[in-house]
Design a protein around this ligand. Structure first.
Ligand code: AP5
Length: 217
């Protein structure tokens, strides 16, 4: 049966870093709404241009637009074995929409690891983050440096710093997360799906914990 895992956590908690590692190990598709919006922006689609007006301020893209994009992505054949959702859902109505979508596939969310990291650490992580232009792979100048500065270890493409990682935008992203996304902690806890994971540990230790959770799910 297909497996659907939702990685929950604040901006900079390590969702994308871990999703890349775990999706590969378990042959699940890594579905990141942030990456999907950024790919649309690169291609200058209407969706990308609309999303950018919210992303540049650290605000959430409206639910209807985001839900329609995820529905289309999960319907593709490469998601039939399941997906690792990174950055979605982010509001209770997105979570309800996800449950409805998965029930159409006769499936459900199997596990919600909640990666928690204090706000001070998030700012340091985001200001030192370098992202790959082609595959969205992430590095950190101190905690996970690429072998060659400015070049992605995995596909050799150029690394860049995201526009929304500027200090003011990061502060707003954390505020928006606290106001709009933290209700999902109780949403999934009350459905016995939430497992807390200490995201202040090293990347390797967080991975080991997540791998063991996914194996049991
Ligand atoms: P999105 O791209 O999803 O950003 P985010 O959720 O804010 O998360 P990040 O990608 O910033 O962080 P992450 O947790 O993946 O951390 P990472 O692994 O990179 O969303 C961007 C925007 O798109 C939103 O603001 C919104 O506008 C829009 N959007 C997206 N989804 C939406 C939705 N569902 N609804 C509406 N709007 C939506 O790690 C960060 C850094 O830390 C890296 O440098 C990494 O190397 C380092 N690091 C990772 N783990 C560790 C560790 N254990 N120790 C030390 N360093 C570490």
């Amino acid at each position: 049966m297909a497996k659907y895992i939702v990685l929950l956590g604040p901006p900079g908690a390590g969702k994308g870093t871990q999703a890349d590692l775990i999706a590969e190990k378990f042959e699940l598709q890594h579905v990141s709404t942030g990456d999907l919006f950024r790919e649309n922006l690169k291609k200058m689609t209407d969706l990308g241009k609309l999303a950018q007006t919210f992303m540049s301020k650290g605000e959430l893209v409206p639910d209807d637009v985001t839900i329609a994009m995820v529905r289309e992505r999960l319907n593709r054949t490469d998601c039939k074995k399941g997906a690792l959702l990174d950055g979605f859902p982010r509001t209770p109505s997105q979570a309800d929409a996800l449950a409805d979508m998965l029930s159409e596939f006769k499936s459900k969310v199997n596990l919600v690891p909640y990666i928690f990291v204090p706000a001070e650490a998030l700012i340091e992580r985001l200001s030192g983050r370098w992202t790959c232009k082609t595959g969205g792979h992430v590095f950190h100048e101190k905690y996970n440096p690429p072998r060659m500065p400015g070049v992605c270890d995995l596909d050799g493409s150029e690394l860049y710093q995201r526009d929304d990682d500027k200090a003011e935008t990061v502060k707003n992203r954390i505020k928006v997360y606290n106001e709009q996304t933290t209700p999902l902690i109780e949403y999934y806890r009350s459905r016995n799906l939430l497992v807390e994971v200490d995201g202040t540990k090293s990347i390797d230790d967080v991975s080991k914990e997540l791998i063991s959770l996914v194996e049991k799910a």
